[in-house]
Every structure is written in C-alpha cells, then in structure tokens.
Design a protein around this ligand. Structure first.
Ligand code: MLT
Length: 408
C-alpha cells in the first residue's frame, strides 16, 4: 500500500500566492469589464535588459552549433558564472568567498526549501513571523513539526514575532534553535538589518552552534551604504551561515530561473555523536545527485549582469522599482496609512485602517479599487492587520492604483 507523506496533511490547504490568484481569477470572471492592477506576488514586470538578452541569444546560438554545443553542464554551475559572482558580489565588498563555495541553481525558493534535506529531522527551526511562507511550509513538509495550532503556529517551530514594537526585527529566541531562517531585506516587511543586528545573530549562532539560513534575495535593493548586502560582511559568519541569492528580483529572472547558494568551506554541523562535519560536501552530494544544473544560455545571461553595461542596466531597473516604492509610500502616507519598508526593499508594508483584518482589506481593495496586494496575515499571525504591496509593477499602474485607493 502506497503511503503518503502525512506531513503534507498538516499544511494549510493552499500556498499563499496561488490562493490569491484563485480569488483574483474568480473576481475577474465575475467582473470581466474591470481592469485589475496586480501588486500582490513579487513578480517582476520589466523585461530582461538588452545586455542580458544579447548574452542569452548568444548562448542559444552556441547550443545550435556543432563546435560550441554543450550537453550536461557542471551541476554546481559554470565556472565563468561562479567566478563572476565571487568577484562582483563578494570580493568587491571585501568578502573572501571562492567560486568553489558557490552553487548555481534554478531558484532561492527551491534552495531554501531543499537545504533542509541535508540537516537531521530533529533540528529545531526558528523563523520570523511574518515570514516568507516557504520556510515554514518546507519545515512542515520535512517532518520537523507537529500540527498547526489555533493561533496559527505549528508545534515544533520557534517563532520570532516581528512587529512595530521591535521595528520588525526578530529578537533572539528564548529557546535554542538549530537552524535559523533570516531574510534581509525582509520579505514581507521590507525591513533591513544593520551590521550590528547581524553581528548579534552571528555571535548567537557561534555560541549556540546554530546555522543561519540567510536569504538575501533582495540585497540589490539596498540603497543605504551602511547596510550589509551579505551576511559574510560580518566577522565569523562564514562558520555559521549559508547565504541564498537570486537573479530573479535583481535582474528579472523570475521566468528565466537562476539563483545561487553559498556554503563556505568552514561551515560545520554535527552528527548524533557530536562529531563535526563540513556542510558543503553534503550539499554538493545532494546537488550533484538531484540536480543537473541551470541551462547554459541562462547562466550566460546571468553572467552578463556583471559586465559594466549589464550592471548599469540592471541598476536602472532596480531604481525604477524603488521609485515605484517611493511613489507608493508617499501616496499611502498622504492617505493616512502607516507605512514601513520600501526604501531598501521592493516591498511596502502597510497597516490597515479602521481595524480591518488583512483579508478584509484585500477584499476591499479588490472589490472597490480592483487592486491586488498580499494580506499580511498570509505571512503569519503577526502579519494580521497589515498588507504588502509589491513595487514590481509598471509605473502607470502604480499611479493608477494609488489614485483608485484615494477614491475608496
Ligand atoms: C513574493 O511575492 O513573496 C515572492 O514573489 C515569492 C517568491 O519569490 O517566491
């Protein structure tokens, strides 16, 4: 008799974004004449830049010529891309990460979920609340939790509430975790962590033999020069942190798929006898067994963002989204909303008015303004009463959406 992984039964019925999509499709079907503006899921709207597109085309042409055709590529990623990442994303910031410590993949969503496989199922996981749902859902799928309680928390997960009171920055947990998910710039709140804040976490992880799973998918949106782009800018972090980065939001690769994960050589974890093991070979083993690498043209396109022209173009797109965020912050504030994030991040985190729940506000916006955002409670109980707007929209739509909000 085939048996299911019953951990899946513990999950809430649907992943947040497909659920929003379902509600929006229903609304659109019932109201075909309404023009809906989507600022829900953080999906990019601006096309790949000319330099990236050109490199992509060249990669495809190479695949169509006998002399330059390539079959399976290296599972860890082509060296030209890993070298470009090491040089531009790390060495340029004074961080010594080598190309050998970088694993190119098809997405940070997959990597942040899959990474749990190389850690024992008895690890205790700490996550922020609100949080990118993937960390919590994949923790449940991997059997590290009990059931979801009436307060929205799963038994067995250590939750770190992030609210206005603590500036949406998690406090050190009172119970000792083994793995800690952190995401900065934060999805969904748009908060960033200073060097001092990250140092506190690195020191805590060193002291307690924890590993920090650091999601830096939105680092390209950091505008404040004092804010670290990588956790490895913090002394000691290489011995306690795995970092996840993505070309999705940085360079418009949500549909193209390319990301990378960094596992430093000195990162160690323990077996049940307390013996130390390097983590990198485990991920290497997992990656080479279950993954055959990102396609050559995609990696070639990704590498193009590190050319002078590519970097300039990509920055212009990031600036475009950040200007969207600025327009949203200004308009929402002028309408009397309390607003967070959106300065070093593409997400604007808004407190609803008149005591509306997140989903009530979602329905109000959808029905009255035909604008879609993401209910804060979908990211966790502490997100209740908040709403996330994504700045990955077209400017005209941002302006139109803000105008419609003014009218409701
Ligand atoms: C989001 O809207 O939170 C993101 O698009 C989700 C993701 O990157 O998978």
């Amino acid at each position: 008799m085939a048996r299911i992984n019953e951990n899946y039964l513990k999950l809430k019925a649907g992943y947040l974004f497909p659920e929003i999509g379902r509600r929006v499709r229903e609304f659109a079907k019932a109201n075909p004449e309404k023009e809906i503006i989507r600022m829900g899921i953080g999906d990019v709207t601006q096309p790949l830049t000319p330099t990236v597109t050109k490199a992509f085309h060249e990669g495809v042409d190479e695949m169509g010529t006998l002399a330059t055709f390539k079959g399976y590529g290296p599972e860890q990623g082509y060296e030209f891309l890993r070298e470009a990442i090491a040089k531009n994303d790390y060495h340029a910031r004074g961080v010594q990460i080598s190309a050998d410590e970088i694993f190119v993949s098809d997405g940070s969503k997959c990597d942040t979920g899959n990474i749990q496989e190389i850690f024992g199922s008895d690890n205790k996981i700490a996550i922020c609340d609100p949080v990118y749902p993937v960390y919590a859902d994949t923790t449940v799928m991997s059997g590290k939790t009990g059931y979801c309680q009436s307060n929205g928390y799963f038994d067995g997960i250590i939750y770190m509430p992030c609210n206005e009171g603590n500036g949406f920055l998690p406090e050190l947990p009172s119970e000792r975790p083994d793995l800690i998910f952190l995401c900065f710039p934060n999805n969904p709140t748009g908060t960033v962590a200073s060097k001092e804040v990250l140092k506190t976490w690195v020191d805590y992880a060193v002291k307690n033999k924890c590993i920090i799973l650091y999601d830096a998918a939105y680092e390209a949106f950091i505008t404040d020069p004092a804010i670290p782009h990588s956790i490895y800018e913090i002394e000691g972090a290489k011995s306690v942190a795995i970092e996840f980065r993505s070309f999705s939001k940085t360079a418009g690769f949500t549909g193209t798929r390319c990301a990378f994960t960094v596992i430093p050589d000195e990162l160690m974890a323990y077996d049940s006898a307390g013996k130390q093991h390097q983590v990198k070979p485990l991920w290497m083993r997992r990656h080479t067994t279950k993954f055959n690498g990102v396609s050559y043209p995609v990696q070639k396109a990704a590498a193009a963002i590190y050319t002078a022209e590519g970097a300039k173009e990509v920055k212009a797109v990031i600036d475009y989204y950040l200007e969207n965020a600025r327009v949203m912050i200004e308009s929402l504030k002028s309408l009397g909303y309390t607003v967070f994030g959106g300065i070093n991040a593409p997400y604007v985190w808004v407190k609803t008015k008149n005591g509306l729940t997140s989903w009530e506000f979602f329905d109000l916006l959808l029905n009255e303004a035909n604008v879609v955002g993401t209910p804060g409670s979908g990211f966790g109980p502490s997100g209740e009463g908040y709403f996330r707007f994504s700045a990955f929209a077209e400017r005209d739509n941002v302006l139109k959406a803000m105008e419609r909000l003014r009218k409701i």
